[in-house]
Design a binder for this molecule. Structure first.
Ligand SMILES: [Zn+2]
Ligand SMILES: [Zn+2]
Length: 146
């Protein structure tokens, strides 16, 4: 077994970003991740294993559509979209070609959040662990949100 990484580091061999949460005794609401794997090279998305054993799997498209920045939040509210829900086409509009959403880079922001740079050049969203757990797209969490 490899020793846990301190902070974040590029795993050049597998070309994914791995991040191991450091022991942190700050009391807070919610759950912290035990491990985070971001598949930047394959572009498949991100997997989080939480300290309570729950596992969250996000596609990059979902995360982009769940961007928590004020701009995207505002757009979603106007369009009545939930976090992670793709934009709907206006009635009668022709579908425009959009390249698949990809994360060009990901970095840890302190101990509490992640930041992505998306291939549409957007990088304003700070994805806190709390937020990521809140929008977990698995069936169990989706049912609990209803
Ligand atoms: Zn945004
Ligand atoms: Zn879940």
């Amino acid at each position: 077994m490899r020793p846990p990484l301190r902070g974040s580091a590029w795993d050049a061999g597998r070309a994914i970003l791995t991040f191991m949460a450091l022991p942190d005794f700050t009391p807070r609401v919610g759950n912290d991740p035990k491990s985070v794997v971001i598949h930047l090279t394959t572009g498949t998305g991100m997997e989080i294993e939480w300290k309570d054993g729950h596992r969250s799997v996000y596609t990059f498209a979902f995360l982009r559509d769940a961007c928590p920045c004020a701009l995207c939040e505002d757009e979603r509210t106007k369009a009545r979209r939930k976090a992670g829900e793709p934009a709907k086409l206006a009635p009668g509009a022709l579908p425009m070609f959009k390249p698949a959403v990809k994360a060009l880079a990901a970095e840890a922001v302190g101990k509490y959040a992640l930041k992505f740079t998306w291939n549409d050049n957007h990088d304003l969203g700070l994805y806190s662990w709390f937020y990521l757990r809140e929008v977990c797209p698995c069936a169990e969490c989706a049912a609990a949100r209803k």
